[in-house]
Write a protein that binds this ligand. Structure first.
Ligand SMILES: C[S@@+](CC[C@H](N)C(=O)[O-])C[C@H]1O[C@@H](n2cnc3c(N)ncnc32)[C@H](O)[C@@H]1O
Length: 174
C-alpha cells in the first residue's frame, strides 16, 4: 500500500497493489531460466547435456532452469526478470504510485511520460492508477529506442556489457 494502511484499503487500493505485484512478476514463487551461458560447460557430462538440449530444441522443446523467486531482490528491483513487465521492483513501483497520486491530489496539471519503458510495466501501472483514481483526462506517453541501449563502438569493438544484460547480442545493436 503506497498511501493508505491495509485497514483503510479500498477496492482501488487493493487493485493497484495486485497490479504492482503482477507487473513485477511477484505472483509466482519461482521463475524459469534458459541457461544463460554455455561457455562454462566444457566437460563430458556438460557436453552430453548440451547435446540433449540441442536435440530437444530441434523438436521445439526448451530446457529451463527452475529458480526460486528471491522476494527481497525482486522488491528492490535488482534482478533481471525473465517474464515480468517491469524490472524496477516493488519499492520503485510504490514510488511511481506515490508520485502520480501526489500529482492528482495536489492538482498538478499535465500528462505522464515514462522515458525508457523496457516492457512497459511502470507505464501500465501509471494507466492503472489514473483509471483507479478516476482521472480520464491525462494521457500516458512512452518513449524508448525499442532496440535496447545505445552501444558505443570503438575500433570496431562494441562494449557488450549492457546489451548482453538486455538479453541481446552486441551485433544486433550495430
Ligand atoms: C533499465 S530499462 C528501463 C526499465 C523500465 N523502466 C522498467 O520499468 O522495467 C532501460 C530502457 O531504456 C531504453 N533506452 C536506453 N537508452 C535509450 C536511448 N538513448 N533512447 C531511447 N531509449 C533508450 C532501453 O531500450 C530500455 O528499454
Amino acid at each position: 500500500m503506497a498511501r493508505q494502511d491495509q485497514s483503510a484499503a479500498t477496492a482501488a487500493d487493493l487493485y493497484l497493489d495486485l497490479l504492482k505485484r503482477a507487473l513485477g512478476g511477484m505472483l509466482w514463487a519461482e521463475e524459469l531460466f534458459v541457461p544463460a551461458s554455455w561457455s562454462e560447460l566444457t566437460d563430458l557430462k556438460h557436453r552430453a547435456f548440451r547435446e540433449v538440449v540441442r536435440l530437444a530444441a530441434r523438436r521445439g522443446i526448451a530446457v529451463l532452469r527452475r529458480r526460486p523467486l528471491d522476494v527481497e531482490t525482486r522488491e528492490l528491483g535488482t534482478d533481471w526478470p525473465l517474464l515480468a513487465q517491469t524490472m524496477i521492483g516493488l519499492r520503485r513501483l510504490d514510488n511511481v504510485q506515490w508520485c502520480v497520486e501526489t500529482a492528482l491530489a495536489e492538482g498538478v496539471p499535465g500528462d505522464l511520460i515514462e522515458t525508457g519503458v523496457w516492457r512497459g510495466g511502470a507505464t501500465i501501472l501509471m494507466r492503472g492508477i489514473l483509471e483507479a483514481r478516476g482521472d480520464t483526462r491525462r494521457r500516458v506517453w512512452v518513449a524508448d529506442s525499442f532496440a535496447g541501449l545505445h552501444v558505443r563502438v570503438n575500433d570496431g569493438r562494441a562494449d557488450g556489457a549492457i546489451p548482453e544484460a538486455l538479453g541481446r547480442r552486441v551485433r544486433d545493436h550495430r
